[in-house]
Every structure is written in structure tokens, then in C-alpha cells.
Design a protein around this ligand. Structure first.
Ligand SMILES: Nc1ncnc2c1ncn2[C@@H]1O[C@H](COP(=O)(O)OP(=O)(O)OP(=O)(O)O)[C@@H](O)[C@H]1O
Ligand SMILES: [Mg+2]
Length: 215
């Protein structure tokens, strides 16, 4: 595969979607063939799964059921969209990927789903493939949640199922992402996201150039 796979991770409202689109514009200006996508919901079936996963009551399904649906979405996403695009040489930017499953369903739920279960599901659905680079946007959970709720107020369908979990959940989630980054420093970069959109974009561009040899 000649393309690259870059994932954006972090808690609610940290700026993933905003920064992903700015990076896409930057790469396009540099004549790189790049697409953006997201999890859950990067495909047609995925959008239906997304609706089930991110709207409605937070307790409508448990951590295990949720994990299986996220992995169904991921498998379809990889086989139908990410890998075919990469095989054509495209760069793929994904708004969330497998680290979110570890952060939410393992760390966030205080280890209700065993890590070995998540590792096995990853192996089944994704195999040995990994992102070339993962950008983790780190922010105070209340700052992020406030941004997220302000955004959701203007949306017809409220994608706030996870946002509605308590602060403690979001703190665990944040620590989870930092733990993941600590375990895989060669793949992950943590950036403080509590700064202006433009400043954070400049930092991301620098990281991408350095890590992926664009210079
Ligand atoms: N650096 C920033 N400073 C202030 N506001 C920001 C910043 N980055 C993004 N925002 C705003 O905060 C809101 C959330 O940003 P965005 O949607 O990019 O975050 P996200 O991580 O994708 O959130 P979600 O987890 O809800 O998908 C948006 O309204 C966006 O315009
Ligand atoms: Mg988003």
C-alpha cells in the first residue's frame, strides 16, 4: 500500500473534525491525493451504525454490545474505504479509529471490556495494519464538553450519547488516550488542544511534515 493513514483522536470537542479538515486542505495544496473519513460512519452502513451508537440514551446498550458494533463499523470501513483508497496511493485522514474504542470502552468504562478482548477484535478486523500517525488532541474535559454541547445545540440530530456520561467517565477517557500515547510513542503524538485553531493547525502540519517525511 502506497498511501498513508493518519488518525485523529481525543475526547469530545477537542477539535478533531476541525483540524482534520484543515490538514486535508493543507495536503491538497501540496498536491497530495487525500480523503477524509470518520468512525463510526465512514461508509453507508457505517452511518446507520453511527446513528445507533451516538444518539439516544447512554445506557441503551452495554459496553460489550457497543464494542461489537464499533468493530463491525471498523471492519466495513477498512475493507470498503480505507484500504481501497490507500491501494490507489491516497492518503486517508480518519476522524477517530481504534484508539477511541480502547479509550471509551476500556478506559472510560473503567475496564468493563477486557483489553485482551479489544486486542483480539482489532486483530480479527484490522490485522497487523496500523495508522502511520495518530494525532491525539488533549484538552481539559470541561472545556471540550462545553465546545461539544455548544456545537450540538445547533444540530437537528443530537450526537450526544457519550457526551452525556459523567465527568468521571471523561476524565478516565482523557487519561486513557494519554496512556495509549505513552505505550506507542512512535505512532502517537499528543498535542495540547487548548489553543487557537490556527496555532494548533500549524503544530499539526509540523508534526506531519516531520513524522511522515514531507518537509
Ligand atoms: N481551538 C479551538 N478553540 C475554540 N473552539 C474550537 C477550537 N477547535 C474547535 N473549536 C470549536 O469547538 C467545537 C468542537 O470542535 P470539533 O467539532 O472540531 O471537535 P471534535 O473533536 O470533532 O468534537 P466531537 O468529539 O464532538 O466530534 C466546534 O464548534 C469548533 O468550531
Ligand atoms: Mg467531530
Amino acid at each position: 500500500m502506497t498511501g498513508r493513514f493518519i488518525t485523529f483522536e481525543g475526547g469530545e470537542g477537542c477539535g478533531k473534525s476541525t483540524q482534520l479538515h484543515l490538514l486535508q486542505e493543507y495536503l491538497q495544496k501540496r498536491q497530495i491525493d487525500v480523503i477524509s473519513t470518520k468512525e463510526p460512519g465512514g461508509t453507508e452502513i457505517g452511518l446507520e451504525l453511527r446513528h445507533l451508537l451516538v444518539t439516544g440514551d447512554k445506557d441503551k446498550m452495554d459496553a460489550i454490545a457497543e464494542t461489537l458494533l464499533y468493530y463491525a463499523d471498523r471492519r466495513i470501513h477498512m475493507t470498503k474505504k480505507v484500504w481501497p483508497a490507500m491501494a490507489e496511493g491516497k492518503w486517508v485522514l480518519s476522524d477517530r479509529f481504534a484508539d477511541s474504542t480502547v479509550a471509551y470502552q476500556y478506559y472510560g468504562y473503567n475496564k468493563k471490556v477486557e483489553k485482551s478482548v479489544l486486542d483480539n477484535l482489532y486483530q480479527v478486523a484490522v490485522g497487523d495494519f496500523k495508522p502511520d500517525l495518530t494525532i491525539i488532541l488533549d484538552i481539559d474535559v470541561e472545556v471540550g464538553l462545553n465546545r461539544s454541547f455548544a456545537k450540538a445545540a445547533g444540530m437537528a440530530e443530537k450526537e450526544t450519547r457519550h457526551e452525556s456520561r459523567g465527568l468521571e467517565f471523561h476524565q478516565l477517557l482523557r487519561q486513557g488516550f494519554l496512556e495509549i500515547a505513552k505505550q506507542e510513542p512512535q505512532r502517537c503524538v499528543v498535542l495540547n488542544a487548548d489553543k487557537s485553531i490556527e496555532e494548533l493547525h500549524r503544530e499539526i502540519v509540523q508534526v506531519v511534515n516531520e513524522r511522515l517525511g514531507l518537509a
